[in-house]
Ligand binder design. Sequence first.
Ligand code: RAM
Length: 536
Amino acid sequence: MDIINSIPDFKMTVYPEFVKKAEELKPALSSVLVRPAGLVRITERPQKQDGGVPDRIPFREADFAAEPAESIDALSRKTFGKGDSVCLDFGGHQVGYVSFRVEAVGSPQDAPAYLQIKLGEIPYEMGRDFAGYHGNISRSWLQEEFLHIDVLPAVIRLPRRYAFRYLEFRVLDTSPKYRVIFRDIQCESVTSADSGRVPPLKTADPELILIDRVSRKTMESCMQLVFEDGPKRDRRLWLGDLRLQALTNYYTFRNYDLVRRCLYLFAGLTQNEGRAGACLFLDPKPQVDDTALFDFSLMFVSCLYDYYEATGDRETLRELFPTARRQLELSMRELDEDGVVRDKETWWCFLDWGEGLNKQAGAQAVLIYALKQARQMALWLEDGKIADLYSRQADFVTEGALSRLWDAKAGFFISGEKRQRSWASQVWFVLAGVFDREKNRQLLTRLIQEDLPVKMATPYMYHYYVEALMENGLTDLAVETIRSYWGGMAREGADTFYEVYDPENRFASPYGDRLINSFCHAWSGTPAYFIRKYLT
Ligand code: RAM
């Protein structure tokens, strides 16, 4: 599937009042200086060393691990010449600015020092040669610098903000007459999350404590001037990701203003016809991207709904409800005469990265879900007429779904011309509440028993699956999923949860190469929300 999507004749409409509000809510970043904790050796990881599920797809290439090698003090005794390298471990995931000092030892420096510096969130990135990258999105995201340093000693501050745990120095050349040493290596790590605001966790379960910790770290790394999706890639505000970050934030860092800021950004910078964009950028100036995704636009509705539930901030609800309503109007245009969302060949709706996933049924269910939330918001605003309108629309779209997308014989929702049965479609219809609780539970149980072949691919979709289980009282199954899925990443040694995780195939990537995956991705940080909301 072509993942490029730009709306034709794109133009941005700016609502200066909203953008101004968003700018006033810009958070302060706090920073801390972090030094490397030790030296590591990157080694090839033996297959199936975790003793877990064997990879469905056999290793096509090597995976890597980081083994502790020497203490950080050993670095001050090492000198480096052509071809030498060293890998440092910062002890945990960092997002920030790296600086260090390089000195020459030996004869006077008779040629520039030429260094390659590589940074990675997980050992796999350190083991791979970036030159072999074969993915279909830009290689420029890979974190690597090549430096010529003419005069030593020198204090170097690397040019970008990096997301990493490991940093490798490789000396491409000095000269036969001198070598270099590295000193004062540090990262100024930044975040807008305030750990002091996180309520204590009320569980003694060590696995849940670990999963909660990794979730919070994931959130912390992604909380910058907005809720970024991933601090390595794409480093921007996506609406679908925001919705999950905001939910988790209400149970952890409780930075309500950051959510409010992001809502005002989306409302203040819209695409043609007032559509909320799928994502937006802050630099060089705040601007909405030209990508539109059906479900992400509707996530504006959900995000506003959750925000009001969490804060009771009526003023914001009142001001932003028209933007939410616009998303519903635009989505209702996509229905055919039976009230069913028209399917498309392109990348028009996200839901998940699952291969071959047809989006029609999921889109239909997201629309019902959002219409019901809009109805509730209208009631909060004491607007009975608008609430009735959304009731009628929700009924219409539900009837369309039940008459055309529900296969009563098989007991599953179908999607697209080929009548695809996927996990995503069932989960979203459970969340849309088209059936009562008992029927929802039966549908979820049948889904698990029959294990439909079009599976979930990302923690984003797994989040909605767990939510569907929790909301329908299947708590044990929900907890089991958290332990096996997110717990699986934690057992692998993840400091932060990954953008994509397939327990049976560690090389899974929607972009054709795992190297470009983000290994700290905010949409994966939601177990802290589940644990804190439902389990303690
Ligand atoms: C990817 C990112 C992002 C997501 C979009 C749809 O580019 O993972 O987080 O929201 O896809």
